[in-house]
Design a protein around this ligand. Structure first.
Ligand code: ACO
Length: 334
């Protein structure tokens, strides 16, 4: 039997129209555009303002665009996997809401919670369903409404995050393209350093948890930075080395967009030029699970069949990983 590879056959995306600039943030907390640009590299981020709209709203927009661009009939989609840390509700899943509202009525659905590495976890999961030969068409939709869990009185975290979602179609091929190799890692040491403490079963919501502002992201930035900078670069270098690639073979590095300094360290470690690295942190900030598919969305028209992409991410948990993708189609200018 011929080997089945899982290949990305289309990309969709969505970011809200509302822009929150560094100057807007400097009116809320003691910070400045200069500090945020030098320490993080973010100029502005998009925010989903309308009450009652959650991550699924952005996921639905991204999936609708994906279906339109690929010309795929929604009823032929067999699974919708949503990677998010900011689901609309504890239950039901955000994937079920997205599938229902995009006409994917024959799909089974579930959410994956891998924080900022969520897209990588979900893409690897979808790829293995496809490689099994049992499934032919799966949508991975990934993103977050980070502003829903961002404390706009905390200058350590509020400049970092934005809202957005991306989506990819994953299908089988017998050609040598697609998701070629993956390394995923987890280390629970991260728990106390990057957490939304309350609202789950350990600390259910109460007046006290609200008063203590425990329904927002808490991050020990320096500790997380140290792990992110080495772990993301290490795992990307490991994927590159074990596939016999050199820096000349890499067409694009697609890094999670949490901090420009972490992105630069990963690029340096892989020995690639700046123009080989997808970077849009300056305009979208950290959309958590959304950053990598939103990069693919933005760069899709430039991608060529056979391009070698190295995806890499690091997030809460800690969770991190890297995926080597051999791109499966030529992009078209819109
Ligand atoms: N404006 C001005 N000063 C600030 C701000 C701000 N917005 N934020 C922090 N500072 C101050 C601090 O109070 C501190 O002051 P002090 O020295 O007087 O105590 C000083 O700046 C330095 O603070 P650090 O936290 O050491 O700043 P650092 O250079 O590490 O940058 C940052 C902070 C941007 C958070 C960085 O540590 C980082 O990027 N960490 C990793 C983020 C990441 O990768 N997260 C994982 C993904 S996110 C997810 O999974 C949800």
């Amino acid at each position: 039997m011929e080997k089945i590879n899982a290949v990305i056959t289309g990309v969709g995306g969505y970011v809200p129209e509302d822009v929150l600039t560094n100057d807007d943030i400097a009116k809320m907390v003691d910070t400045s555009d200069e500090w945020i640009m030098t320490r993080v590299g973010i100029k502005e981020r998009r925010i989903l303002r309308e009450e009652g709209k959650g991550t699924s709203f952005m996921g639905i927009c991204a999936v609708n665009e994906l279906l339109k661009k690929t010309g795929v009939d929604a009823e032929t989609v067999e699974a919708v996997i949503c990677a998010t840390t900011t689901p609309d509700y504890h239950f039901p899943t955000t994937a079920s809401i997205i599938a229902y509202n995009t006409g994917c009525k024959n799909a089974f659905t579930f959410d994956v919670q891998g924080a900022c590495a969520g897209f990588l976890y979900a893409l690897e999961t979808a790829s293995n369903y496809i490689r099994s030969g049992r499934y032919k068409r799966i949508i991975v939709v990934a993103g977050d409404k980070m502003t829903a869990i961002t404390d706009y009185t905390d200058r350590n975290t509020c400049p970092l995050f934005g809202d957005g979602c991306g989506a990819v179609m994953v299908e089988p091929t017998t050609e040598n393209y697609g998701v070629m190799d993956t390394i995923l890692r987890t280390n629970g040491i991260g728990l106390e350093h990057l957490i939304m403490k309350a609202g789950g079963s350990a600390y259910p919501p109460s007046h006290e948890t609200v008063d203590r502002r425990e329904h927002f992201v808490y991050q020990d930035g320096r500790y997380v930075f140290k792990h992110a900078v080495s772990d993301m670069a290490d795992v990307a270098a490991e994927v590159v080395a074990r596939n016999g690639l050199t820096n000349d073979d890499i067409t694009w590095v697609v890094p999670h967009q949490a901090n420009l300094r972490i992105i630069d360290a990963t690029a340096k470690r892989l020995g690639v030029r700046d123009d080989q690295v997808m970077i849009n942190i300056q305009k979208y900030g950290n959309t958590s699970a959304g950053t990598i598919p939103l990069c693919l969305w933005e760069w899709e028209s430039k991608l060529k069949k056979g391009d070698n992409l190295i995806l890499a991410a690091f997030g809460a948990g800690f969770t991190w990983g890297s995926i080597y993708v051999k791109w499966g189609y030529d992009g078209k200018e819109a």
